[in-house]
Ligand binder design. Structure first.
Ligand SMILES: C[S@@+](CC[C@H](N)C(=O)[O-])C[C@H]1O[C@@H](n2cnc3c(N)ncnc32)[C@H](O)[C@@H]1O
Length: 281
């Protein structure tokens, strides 16, 4: 039996690119049921519990598995979401998309009760965060993967939000139920080839969440059907790949010739978001 201090210094000696100080602390804290860095330090001389589990987690980390998958949790806009290998780990860009969507909804609709579809919801991070921002809104989350929807359902319960989950291909479950949206938000798969993806992503993240051929495939599916579900004043908020501005401009002009649209950059100055405002009033 060793103390948390001894275990910490033992793990610090490991020379592996994935085993960094933050990961070691997060694993020690999670297994020892400690909430904060500060509490970890104050409990350094206590006995370290379940060293076997810690060693198992460290082995997984060494093999490139993300900490979020190991600990089954990921933070998104300050909320803790449950994640497993059936969903993408929520990314920082997607937090940016969600904030942009919140601002656009406030700018365009002078009301709280908007009808929102989060298509390709994965863990549910976007839709659940939008529901928290607009409590009077009706939020629907959809995905083609029943396993992803299980994770989204877990997050709905964990974060105590009233959202509706639907299974199906892009907008088809909404069309089948004749549901209407003010806002469609979507972060679809858009990576065209495995060559551009980091090895750990390729091994551990669901390929259904990553790849599309051509990269614009799911955007075109969404654009084709969006007029069937959008209300007269409709907003479409999308995360996109950094080299997709040109190809998506062609598609927007093809499907929404009268709409106003803008591309937005992320904090790294890469064009990563597309917002379309379709006004048919
Ligand atoms: C890039 S992930 C986004 C997940 C989540 N919205 C996020 O931003 O973290 C794409 C999601 O699309 C789902 N998906 C793939 N093909 C789909 C389709 N044809 N219709 C609906 N969802 C699909 C995948 O299961 C995956 O959860």
């Amino acid at each position: 039996m060793s103390s948390i201090r001894n275990k910490y210094f033992e793990l610090k000696k490991i020379n592996n690119k994935y085993v960094n100080e933050n990961a070691i602390k997060q694993i020690l804290m999670s297994v020892n049921n400690i909430d904060t860095d500060f509490s970890l330090l104050s409990r350094f001389d206590e006995e370290c519990i379940n060293e076997e589990l810690i060693d198992k987690y460290i082995e997984e980390l060494k093999n490139g598995k993300s900490l979020q998958y190991i600990l089954n949790k990921a933070y998104f806009l300050n909320e803790e979401f449950y994640v497993n290998s059936n969903v993408l780990i929520p990314r920082n860009e997607t937090e940016e998309l969600t904030k942009l969507t919140i601002n656009k909804i406030k700018e365009i609709y002078n009301r709280q009760n908007v009808q929102i579809f989060d298509v390709c919801c994965g863990s549910g991070c976007i839709g659940i965060s939008l529901k928290k921002a607009f409590l009077d809104s009706d939020v629907y989350l959809s995905d083609i993967s029943p396993l992803a929807l299980e994770v989204a359902t877990k997050n709905k319960d964990k974060l105590n939000v009233d959202v509706t989950l639907l299974e199906g291909d892009m907008l088809s479950p909404f069309i089948a139920k004749a549901l209407k949206a003010d806002v469609i938000v979507c972060n679809p798969p858009y990576i065209p080839s495995i060559d551009t993806v980091e090895e750990s992503t390729l091994i551990y993240e669901p390929h259904l969440a990553l790849f599309a051929s051509p990269s614009t495939y799911f955007y075109e599916q969404l654009f084709k059907d969006a007029p069937k579900v959008l209300n007269k004043l409709g907003l479409i908020c999308l995360e996109i790949g950094e080299d997709m501005e040109e190809s998506l401009t062609l598609l927007v002009n093809k499907y929404f010739s009268k709409a106003v649209y803008n591309f937005y950059k992320d904090i790294y100055d890469k064009t990563r978001f597309l917002i379309i405002i379709r006004d048919e009033r």
